[in-house]
Design a protein around this ligand. Sequence first.
Ligand code: GUN
Length: 299
Amino acid sequence: MTKAKIIDGQALAAGLRQKIAEEVQGIQTRHGLTPGLAVVLIGEDPASQAYVRNKCKQTLEAGMQSFEHRLPAETSGEELQGLVGALNEDDAVDGILVQLPLPEHIDPGAVLGEIDPDKDVDGFHLLNAGRLATGNGAAMVPCTPLGCLMLVKDHLGELSGQRALVLGRSNIVGKPMAALLLGEHCTVTIAHSRTRDVARECARADILVVAVGRPRLVKGEWIKPGATVIDVGINRVEAPDRGAGATRLVGDVDFQEAVTVAGAITPVPGGVGPMTIACLLRNTLIAACHRKGLEKPRL
Ligand code: GUN
């Protein structure tokens, strides 16, 4: 039985963080500047709290300033927009990230639209989404799809002409992922919950990126032998084999099956997740250099 190469997101992310830390050090030495990232978290969602904790920790480890803003779940949209406005004006802040999802009563579009596009390290502002969609090099690129693309390129090198399927059509992952792969001259298909015969679509793909939030949805028999599989899903499921009440994290791909068919596959955890935060640090560094008129770092 063939076994896919396991794509080590942890290792690639560590290498990228190292390069970022060196660039940050260089900017400090040469210009006396320290890039800063502000992260805003509304409410008490445990998964969001864990993500934000990790983002702030890694920001500091890269030698950057971290500004953490935790607000209660009852915070109004106007209050949040007010904070974003203040962060836009704060010269020590190069990047602003408002953790999603927001509470029901806050319109995410209104908040994301308030972020200064030059500080939009998530790449969710319409200006940056439009730049990415039109192939404009000034786009701030959303971190998760950017991390996925780096993993794919690290494994495959040149992607021109490859057939890619993106499963999932969210604004955060699916749509920007498709734009990035198109930018690499792939033949790109986006599939989603209304797609007829998803399995057949998957089976044609040399590159398969899955971001649907459905544990182990993609089966081994859906995958083209030798394909490169990027699993964005992080789903907590019950794990009775580990004892009563125990849980484990699984992706959107059935890893045990897929690993016998694919050419390469990302594990969950340890695949896409570490790359997402490393790309957030990359975007913050790039935003800082752009705002201060410094040369774009080579990353
Ligand atoms: N929630 C889940 N993924 C993300 C992300 O990439 N950025 C933000 N701001 N919130 C998220």
